[in-house]
Design a protein around this ligand. Sequence first.
Ligand code: ARG
Length: 457
Amino acid sequence: MKLWEGRFEKPTAKTADEFNDSLPFDKKLWKEDITASVAHAKMLGACGIIPDDDCQKIIKGLEDIYSDIADGKLEIAGAEDVHSFMENELVRRIGDAGKKLHTARSRNDQVATDFKLYVRSAYGRLSESLKGLVLSLADCARRGLKLLLPGYTHLRKAQPMCAGHFFNAYAEMFLRDLDRAASCKKRMNIMPLGSGALAGTSYPIDRFMTAELLGFDAPCSNSLDGVSDRDFAVEFAFCASLAMAHLSRLCEDIILYTSSEFGYFEISDEYSTGSSIMPQKKNPDIPELIRGKTGRVYGHLFALLTTVKAIPLAYNKDLQEDKEGIFDAEAQTIACLDIMAELLKNITFNKRAMEKAAEGDFCCATDVADYLAKKGMPFRNAHAVTGKIVRDCLAGKRTLQSMKYEDFKGYSELFGEDICEVVKGKNCAEARVSFGGSSPSSVKQNLSSILKRVKKY
Ligand code: ARG
């Protein structure tokens, strides 16, 4: 039965129903719909808007529906949307009392409330997965404390660093995602229920009571905004998108670093795939797929932003398009975060290749210039002298590590014998002890701060 059929002479066409219905996807909101309806019924009873025994019947009826759906005894089907389904089912079970549930309520404030309850819990699920990944990255950082890795700028080797620094950098990104999720969850926790169709209601409802029952911080202060606000969904899609952006960067680095050209890390066989034709191949399908799914999640953000663009106040049916993208953004992002956490737990490091790379390609040149500058040469001049050393080494096919003390001396009197120690990758990494820097001691400090901060969420 349609909730609104009284006004119509002819039934809707089957095709129009199929086009209009949202039940195939909004049935996912069944728990939230029942929870919100129970709170609404309690409030109607407490405010004397419906008789107490009707209120009790409604609550009992809704609770029975809840357990029947949970037990698989009741299929959610045969209605326009989840709200109509619940009301029809309630009336079928308890009769006329069920028809009173929709007093002082509209599907417009109902759907906004249900969807907010859903997104609020989705933040909890997203945060759990983000935490899992931060912990996995922190464990890699701990394993990397004694290892070296070249740091890159412009994808050209730049400076040697403690390998843990790389993993901590990603942990910092996902910690920001956690913090963003927490602040968005806080901002969205305002209740639309009681806004009615758009303008509020003439019944003496108590919106503060329903807000408290449903765990909202307060009822919304403007009913027009309340029924048409979908900022919370856009923000969720953005939180998911930025987490995917961070994942895609991590994937890109992992794909590069596990290639034979780099050879720093090795993905375990359990998280790798092969080729149907090339027997030698070991492919990084999982990071590639995560990188690919980033586009899909961004798509949901842009779809939603476009849907809410230029929507006149207040509720318009366009807003029914808000749900599927969010459901998929949540599912995809969580799946990606979880599989990445697992993959990292099983990733291994090629110590020798990492050490060799960290010292190669004149990665230690900055330390040569710093050496001269610390001995009194203006840094710009020290940079020029070191540049000349690099140029000569390139021409003579030499490395900074193969240079003798006497060779250095030819470029500046300031060089002492210790320069040959200074140009070792390990020493360069160990020297960067500044707060937030890449020395093992700084990385250790960063790691314990990460482990402390992640506990807050
Ligand atoms: N299925 C609708 C949605 O998801 C519920 C609200 C319907 N309201 C209305 N006035 N048609 O947005």
